[in-house]
Ligand binder design. Structure first.
Ligand SMILES: Cc1cc2nc3c(=O)[nH]c(=O)nc-3n(C[C@H](O)[C@H](O)[C@H](O)COP(=O)(O)OP(=O)(O)OC[C@H]3O[C@@H](n4cnc5c(N)ncnc54)[C@H](O)[C@@H]3O)c2cc1C
Length: 379
């Protein structure tokens, strides 16, 4: 395998950048765009997956079709003692935009308490009031500007367009059960029941590739290499100077004059570091990887569970309407032909309430799958 010095010996200027970013996902896309705002800086973004050109990626209702597809790494966890020994499916984006190209687009920031705890632990600049200006700067929220929200940023944040009555019914039920209603999960209090906002623009997914990376790449100083798998970080002594990548069946080095930035996601960033000799020395030696830096990489992973609730309902979900074979809406393109959505104003008006009341008379004879219900509820 080639070493870092090969980068200097056979110096090919087309492979030399100021910054090399591994992963064109949420973090990588934003970093590439922000670094590239200085037009004198050359940035390379290395992405293992393909471009995000297929329309299915950009059609919110079709998100479930992306999981376990060629745009997904299709990872599975090990048997989990806490899950009765079951293995869990772990979708992760493998495409421009990374997981922001296949996620469910819900716009909810981290909890204030988490940021403030990080600041208390000594991470200066990571308290909630420190990071809030950056959230505002990122946002173009269709509800307008406020203390908590911004306008004019690259990331479009919108209310859902379907305003499906099932969601109204669920929210009413939650309030009846004593859960506080809220107007904004990113406002003063995060907890409560409410309609989500989404990272969507004009009814289409606003991934970080759409919001940040494509506009940045159009400026010329940000180069995006797709179908390029980073296989290890290259070093000169203790300094990371580039990345070795596998592309078109051959290994090639890319050099970073300033920094190598690993943004390959919660699973693949540690993976790449381990392959590069950064990790627990004993574990690396057992795998015949020469340890370079002995660090607990890959430990302390935090994830959140996703638990779906399944109801029986006589209400046809949007997803079923869009995908049932007999329907004129038999592909995701049919989404355009669905009945008009409830306007946002209807949320608090009698119109929405009337629909919710009608739902009380539902007969549980038609089965909707979990995906149907979630799709219907969200989009
Ligand atoms: C199914 C699902 C639903 C979600 N729903 C929501 C939601 O509704 N709202 C929300 O806020 N968050 C949601 N999330 C979480 C959110 O999408 C992620 O937290 C976020 O996208 C992670 O960003 P990242 O940059 O760390 O990684 P990613 O966006 O996953 O980017 C990592 C990128 O690195 C690439 N890569 C990995 N290894 C290599 C390598 N060796 N060489 C080259 N490239 C590599 C990957 O292909 C990928 O493109 C969801 C996530 C998933 C998976």
């Amino acid at each position: 395998m080639s070493g870092g010095s090969d980068l200097v010996a056979g110096r090919d200027e087309s492979r030399v950048f100021d910054y090399v970013i591994v992963g064109a996902g949420s973090a990588g896309g934003v970093l590439a765009a922000r670094l590239g705002e200085d037009r004198d800086v050359r940035v390379a973004v290395i992405e293992a997956g393909p471009p995000d050109s297929e329309s299915v990626i950009h059609t919110p209702l079709a998100f479930r079709q992306l999981w376990d597809s060629r745009f997904d790494w299709g990872l599975w966890g090990e048997p989990e003692p806490g899950l009765g020994g079951r293995r869990d499916y772990l979708p992760r984006g493998r495409v421009l935009g990374g997981s922001s190209s296949l996620n469910t687009m819900i716009y909810i920031r981290g909890n204030r308490v988490d940021y403030d705890e990080w600041a208390l632990m000594g991470l200066m600049g990571w308290g909630y009031e420190d990071v809030l200006p950056y959230f505002r700067r990122a946002e173009d929220n269709e509800r307008g500007e406020s203390y908590y929200h911004g306008v004019g940023g690259p990331l479009t944040v919108s209310d859902g367009r379907s305003m499906h009555p099932l969601v109204g019914a669920c929210i009413d039920a939650a309030v009846d059960a004593g859960i506080t209603p809220t107007d904004d999960h990113n406002g003063p209090t995060q907890e409560g029941t409410s309609w989500f906002q989404f990272t969507q623009r004009n009814g289409r997914r606003c991934s970080t590739a759409v919001a940040y990376l494509h506009p940045a790449a159009a400026c010329g100083n940000v180069v995006v290499l797709t179908d390029a798998l980073a296989t290890r970080v290259l070093f000169e002594d203790e300094r990371a100077v580039g990345v070795e990548l596998l592309r078109n069946n051959s290994l090639e080095p890319v050099r970073a004059e300033r920094e190598v930035i690993v943004c390959a996601g919660a699973y693949h960033s540690p993976h790449l570091l381990l392959l590069s000799g950064i990790g627990p020395a004993d574990e690396l030696q057992a795998l015949a990887i020469e340890p370079r830096i002995d660090l607990p990489v890959g430990h302390n992973l935090h994830d959140h569970p996703f638990a779906g609730l399944v109801w029986l309902t006589d209400q046809e979900s949007l997803r079923r309407a869009a995908t049932r074979r007999t329907s004129p809406c038999s592909s995701t393109r049919g989404v355009d032909r669905l009945p008009p959505a409830l306007p946002r104003e209807a949320r608090s008006s009698g119109e929405c309430h009337k629909v919710c009341v009608r739902r009380e008379r539902m007969e549980p004879h038609a089965f909707n799958t979990r995906e149907d219900l979630i799709s219907a509820s969200l989009f």
